[in-house]
Design a protein around this ligand. Structure first.
Ligand SMILES: NC(=O)c1ccc[n+]([C@@H]2O[C@H](COP(=O)([O-])OP(=O)(O)OC[C@H]3O[C@@H](n4cnc5c(N)ncnc54)[C@H](O)[C@@H]3O)[C@@H](O)[C@H]2O)c1
Length: 305
């Protein structure tokens, strides 16, 4: 299959590119390298340094590559930046997605897979949150991803374009940027290895649903064929992990004696997240294989390398 991946120089999609190439697919990547890095880019993929807001250049790539399927991972991913600059966030996450959708229709692409987020949900009305849980994002980032989801559903409903939307929990693994503000496993690991005291925003009891990168890649592979069409799936561990538990797990694996600093909770952050993953389990025959502790160990090992 010919697959075009946006954001393929970034953390999640670069792992997906590697897996797709190993499975024998022909992969092309569109990425403007705003947060991605060429070191992540598989040499067997066709790489194009292009901003998804540049419709003309994007069209040329669709023309050259003639993909069968689009995996759309490029995004403005920072909650903080989304709060500071909603226009920039909406440009990339909403207008950028519309550019991709327009080209999907123009070139009769059969399917789009979209990387969305559990940040589309409101503060939990119940836990674990299933896909029917009310959506009312706390952050501008969550709002733009939800808007992109809605455009995808609308385009899909009114054309032959099929879609699968994934709402990822907190994905972690090697290659995640330790200098960013999300990706707490990488951030804590990087800081502890340098002897820097990590900051926990809030009192340490805030929870997230952590899912290892390999499991996310597997779910993406499972929906390449006609499985999970026109549906939305949570992808997480189905478990709630507090900030302090993550801190402790990283500390144990790094092997240091360090305590966290605490700071005020940041704007746009939910208090608790835990995803119900039964739908992905039933329809995609998918379940997470890597425990939190084993995943953290892999991250620490990759840093030490
Ligand atoms: N990491 C997580 O825990 C998580 C959780 C939920 C959803 N997601 C979603 O998964 C996707 C990938 O996230 P990630 O963690 O790998 O982030 P990342 O920042 O590592 O990857 C995003 C990639 O998109 C590229 N990009 C950004 N703006 C672009 C533009 N205008 N044109 C072309 N390329 C552009 C960046 O250079 C980068 O390579 C995003 O859509 C994100 O919203 C991630």
């Amino acid at each position: 299959m010919k697959i075009l991946i946006t954001g393929g120089a970034g953390f999640i999609a670069s792992h997906l590119v590697d897996a797709l190439i190993s499975c024998g697919h022909k992969v092309s990547i569109v990425d403007d390298l705003s947060s991605g890095d060429m070191v992540n880019v598989n040499k067997l993929a066709n790489f194009y340094k292009i901003n998804i807001l540049d419709l003309d250049q994007l069209k040329t790539i669709f023309e050259i590559e003639k993909p069968d399927l689009i995996s759309h991972h490029a995004a403005q991913t920072s909650v903080r930046i989304s709060e500071e600059n909603p226009l920039n966030d909406a440009s990339i996450n909403v207008v950028g997605t519309l550019n991709i959708l327009n080209l999907c229709l123009y070139y009769n692409i059969s399917k789009i897979i979209f990387a969305s987020t559990c940040a589309v949900y409101s503060e939990p009305c119940y836990l674990p949150m299933d896909e029917d849980h009310p959506v009312d994002p706390k952050s501008i980032y969550g709002l733009s991803k939800l808007t992109a989801e809605n455009y995808i559903r609308h385009f899909s409903k009114t054309s032959d374009l099929k879609h699968t939307i994934f709402r990822y929990g907190n994905v972690f693994g090697p290659r995640q940027n330790p200098l960013g503000e999300a990706g707490v496993v990488s951030i804590f690991t990087g800081q502890m290895l340098k002897g820097v005291q990590p900051i926990i925003f809030g009192d340490g009891n805030k929870t997230r649903d952590y899912i290892y990168i390999e499991d996310i890649v597997q779910a993406n592979l499972n929906v390449l064929e006609d499985i999970g069409n026109n549906q939305t799936f949570n992808l997480g561990s189905g478990k709630e992990t507090s900030d302090f538990e993550i801190f402790s797990s990283v500390r144990d694996h790094v092997g240091v004696n360090i305590e966290p600093n605490f700071a005020n909770i940041r704007k746009g952050e939910a208090r608790r997240v835990c995803l119900n993953i039964e739908k992905a389990n039933k329809i995609l025959k998918w379940s997470p294989q890597r425990s939190l502790n084993k995943g953290v160990l892999e991250v620490v090992k990759s840093f030490k390398k």
